[in-house]
Design a protein around this ligand. Structure first.
Ligand code: MIG
Length: 663
C-alpha cells in the first residue's frame, strides 16, 4: 500500500514513474511538527536505507543530509556523500518505507538528537512524500522499486573485472596494463581511462600527443577482449576555438549567473562552464556529444565531477584575492585573522554560496541551482543514457556516475567515489551495497584497493574477496599513490585465483542481478531482511546475503586470520582457495570462528540452494557456462533458476530467459 502526499509546490524530479493519487489528511506513522516529520522509534527499530552514505546498514544513531557532495574524505563524522537517496525503511514495531521526493536538501536525523526519534526535515519545505506500508522489508522495497522504475542493466561484459588508475598517461601505458593482466593470466574485461586521455581535460577530445592512435588502441584492446571505458567530466572548458564550448555558448546551453551571463567555475580543465543538464535541450545536446567516442568504438563511460564539483568560482576567487590583499596590508595577522585567512582559501571549493549563484532552465522555469542541486549528476547521466540508447538502440552500453539521485538508477549505475586504502573502507563498501539496492542502484561497487593512500597486498586481496561479489568490480587508484594493479604485487597467483573466482561466479552473479533488476528485488540484502525474527541476525553489520543462495562474510581486519561469522540457520560453508573449492563443511546455527587465508574466499550456502560455477576465461565472453559445477547444500531435486541471454540486447525480461537447473 503506497500513499502520496504533497507539501507546497515541489519541483518535479522524475524519480517516481507511477504516481499513486495524491492524498490529504493524516500521514500514516509520521506526525508533523512544524516543518519536521517525526516518528517515535522503539528500542528494537532498525532504520535502513539512504543509499550512498556513511556509517551503518542500520542508520540509527547519526544525522544524514541528502546533498550531493564532492568530498573525498569518507570519514564517520560526515553527513553526505555524492548521492542523494531519500528512501528509508523502518523495521521493528512497525514496518514502513518513506521516500521524500524533492530536488533540494533533506535532513534525516535518525536517533541523533534523541536515540528514540526519527526526524525528517526538508530545507525548502516543498516535497512529495511517499509512505509505503504493510508487508516485509523485501515487499516494501519491491513496492518502492515498482514506483521508481526498472534499474539500469549494463551489458554482461560489465560484470567482468576492470582496472582503472588516475594517471595512465599514454596509450602505451594502457597497453602495459593489458599486458600485465594477460601475461599473468589474470582475467580482465575493462581498462578505464581517466581524465588523462583528454586534451587538457576537455570533454570529447583526445590528447593526440599521448594517445595518437586512439582508434587503433580501442580495436587492439578489443581484440584482446578488453574494452576501454573513458571518463566524462561535468564541466566544459571555457576556451575559444573549442567546439563544445563555442556551441554551448551559441546555443545558450550553459548555466547562467544572476545577470544572465555564463557562470564560470574552475575544475580540472581550468575555467569551465557547466552545461545545463536540467534543460532538456541542453541535456540532449550534451548527450549527443558522447557520439564522438562511440564512433571510435567506445561502449561505456563513467561520469565524474557531477555534483557538480566546483574547485572555485571565478567570482569567489576574485573576492579571495582582494581579501588576501587586505590581509597583506595588515602586515601582522593575529591568530583569529590567521585562521580566517587560512580557511578562506581552503573554503573556496564547493562553496554553498556558489551553489546559490547560478541558474538552470528546468521545465521552462528559471531555477536557482541550490533548489535542484541533487539533480545535476542524475540529469547528466540521464542525458548520456538516453543518448546512448539513440546511438546504440540494440546493444546495452556501460554507464555509471558519481553523483546521483533516485531516478538516475534507471539510466546508469554509480561507483562509491573516492574512498581510501583503509581497512575500514572495506566495511563501508559492504554496508553501502544493500542501502543502494533499496534505492534502485544495483550496478555499483567501490574503488577496490582504495582510491586515495597507498594500498598493500593484503588489503587489496581482502578487498577483492568482497569485490568479487559486487556487480561493478573495479580496481581504481589516485595519481601519486602506490600502484595497485593485481599484478603489481608479489602474490600474483593469489590475485589470479580470486579474480578467476569472480569469473567462475558469473552465472550466479549475473542471474541474481538480472532477477533483482527485472523483478524489483534486491541483489545484496541485510540479514534482517531474511531472518527478521532473529534479533542477532537483524543487527549483523558485516555480512550480507548475495542473491538467494549465499551469505558472505568478508574479512576486513588487518592481519586477521579469519573472523567470527553469525549463521542464522544451519548453512554449508564453502571455502575457495583461489578459484577452486578447497573445503566444504556444514555449520550449525550460531557463531563460528572461520579461518580465511589471504588467498581464500568463503561463502555460506543456504539449505536447499545451489551455486552454479562456470569455468573462468580471460574475460566474460571467454568464460564457459557450458558445464556448470554445482556447489550446493541440497538434495537431489533441488533447483536453481539461471538467467541466460545474449548479454547485450536491450530487450530484457525474465520470461524465456530463466532456465531451471536441477541437482
Ligand atoms: O578531483 O579524474 O572520483 O575517480 O580518478 C578528482 C580524477 C577527480 C575524482 C574521481 C576519481 C578520478 C579523479 N576525479
Amino acid at each position: 500500500m503506497k500513499k502520496r502526499f504533497r507539501f507546497g509546490n515541489p519541483l518535479e524530479t522524475d524519480a517516481v514513474q507511477e504516481k499513486p493519487p495524491l492524498r490529504e489528511g493524516e500521514i500514516p506513522f509520521l506526525t508533523q511538527e512544524g516543518k519536521e516529520l517525526h516518528y517515535a522509534l522503539s528500542p528494537s527499530d532498525i532504520v535502513y536505507g539512504l543509499g550512498e552514505n556513511v556509517r551503518g546498514i542500520n542508520k540509527r544513531g547519526w544525522i544524514y543530509v541528502s546533498d550531493c557532495s564532492d568530498d573525498p574524505n569518507h570519514t564517520e563524522e560526515k553527513h553526505s556523500l555524492y548521492g542523494a537517496h531519500n528512501f528509508i525503511l523502518v523495521s521493528g514495531r512497525e514496518q514502513f518505507g518513506v521516500f521524500v521526493d524533492t530536488p533540494g536538501k533533506v535532513t534525516f536525523d535518525i536517533g541523533y538528537t534523541s536515540y528514540s526519534s526519527l526526524r525528517i526535515s526538508v530545507e525548502e519545505g516543498e516535497y512529495e512524500l511517499y509512505v509505503i506500508e504493510g508487508g516485509s522489508p523485501d515487499e516494501i522495497v519491491s513496492e518502492f522499486r515498482g514506483l521508481i522504475g526498472r534499474s539500469y542493466i549494463p551489458p554482461k561484459w560489465a560484470f567482468g573485472y576492470g582496472q582503472c588508475r588516475w594517471s595512465y598517461l599514454t596509450a602505451d601505458e594502457v597497453r602495459e596494463v593489458a599486458k600485465g593482466y594477460r601475461e599473468n593470466g589474470i582475467p580482465l574485461d575493462m581498462i578505464y581511462l581517466d581524465i588523462d586521455y583528454m586534451e587538457r581535460y576537455k570533454d570529447f577530445t583526445i590528447d593526440r600527443g599521448s594517445f595518437p592512435d586512439f582508434e587503433e588502441l580501442v580495436q587492439e584492446m578489443k581484440a584482446q577482449g578488453i574494452r576501454l571505458i573513458p571518463i566524462i567530466d561535468g564541466g566544459v572548458k571555457a576556451e575559444e576555438g573549442y567546439d563544445v564550448y563555442e556551441e554551448g555558448m551559441e546555443k545558450g546551453f550553459f548555466c547562467k549567473d544572476e545577470d544572465g551571463r555564463e557562470f564560470v567555475v574552475g575544475v580540472w580543465p581550468g575555467k569551465c562552464c557547466l552545461p545545463d543538464m536540467l534543460n532538456e535541450e541542453a541535456g540532449r545536446w550534451f548527450g549527443d556529444k558522447y557520439k564522438f567516442l562511440t564512433d571510435k568504438g567506445i561502449e561505456g563511460f563513467w561520469n565524474d565531477m557531477n555534483e557538480p564539483a566546483i574547485f572555485y568560482s571565478e567570482k569567489r576567487l576574485r573576492d579571495v584575492f582582494e581579501k588576501i590583499e587586505d590581509y597583506r596590508q595588515q602586515e601582522n595577522l593575529d591568530i583569529n585573522s590567521f585562521f580566517a585567512f587560512k580557511g578562506m582559501v581552503a573554503g573556496l571549493s564547493n562553496h554553498p554560496e556558489d551553489y546559490k549563484s547560478f541558474y538552470h532552465k528546468y521545465r521552462g522555469q528559471r531555477v536557482r541551482h541550490d533548489r535542484v542541486h541533487n539533480l545535476f549528476g542524475y540529469y547528466m547521466t540521464r542525458s548520456a543514457g538516453e543518448a546512448l540508447e539513440r546511438l546504440s538502440p540494440d546493444r546495452r552500453m556501460l554507464l555509471f556516475s558519481r553523483a546521483s539521485y533516485i531516478g538516475m538508477h534507471r539510466y546508469g549505475g554509480i561507483w562509491m567515489g573516492d574512498n581510501q586504502s583503509w581497512w575500514s573502507h572495506i566495511l563501508m563498501n559492504l554496508k553501502m551495497l544493500p542501502s543502494l539496492n533499496m534505492c534502485g542502484f544495483l550496478y555499483t561497487g567501490a574503488d577496490l584497493g582504495g582510491f586515495g593512500s597507498d594500498a598493500t597486498e593484503d588489503l587489496l586481496l581482502r578487498w577483492l574477496a568482497l569485490g568479487i561479489f559486487t556487480p561493478l568490480m573495479r580496481n581504481h587508484s589516485a595519481m601519486g599513490t602506490r600502484r595497485q594493479e593485481a599484478y603489481a604485487f608479489e602474490e600474483k597467483e593469489s590475485f589470479r585465483g580470486l579474480i578467476r573466482l569472480r569469473y567462475r561466479l558469473l552465472p550466479y552473479l549475473y542471474s541474481e542481478f538480472m532477477k533483482a533488476a527485472l523483478g524489483n528485488t534486491m541483489y545484496a540484502r541485510p540479514l534482517g531482511f531474511v531472518w527478521g525474527g532473529d534479533e542477532i541476525a537483524r543487527h549483523v553489520e558485516d555480512q550480507l546475503m548475495i542473491g538467494e543462495s549465499i551469505m558472505i562474510a568478508p574479512v576486513y581486519e588487518q592481519n586477521a586470520i579469519g573472523r567470527t561469522v553469525y549463521l542464522p540457520e544451519e548453512m554449508k560453508m564453502v571455502k575457495f582457495a583461489g578459484e577452486a573449492v578447497c573445503e566444504e563443511k556444514i555449520l550449525s546455527k550460531g557463531h563460528h570462528f572461520v579461518e580465511v587465508g589471504l588467498k581464500e574466499a568463503v561463502v555460506f550456502v543456504r539449505k536447499g540452494r545451489l551455486l552454479p560455477l562456470a569455468a573462468a576465461g580471460k574475460n566474460v565472453e571467454d568464460t564457459d557456462w557450458g558445464k556448470l559445477e554445482l556447489v550446493h547444500f541440497g538434495v537431489p531435486g533441488d533447483s536453481y533458476e539461471l538467467y541466460e541471454d545474449d548479454g547485450f540486447s536491450r530487450e530484457m525480461c525474465l520470461e524465456g530467459h530463466v532456465r531451471e537447473i536441477n541437482l
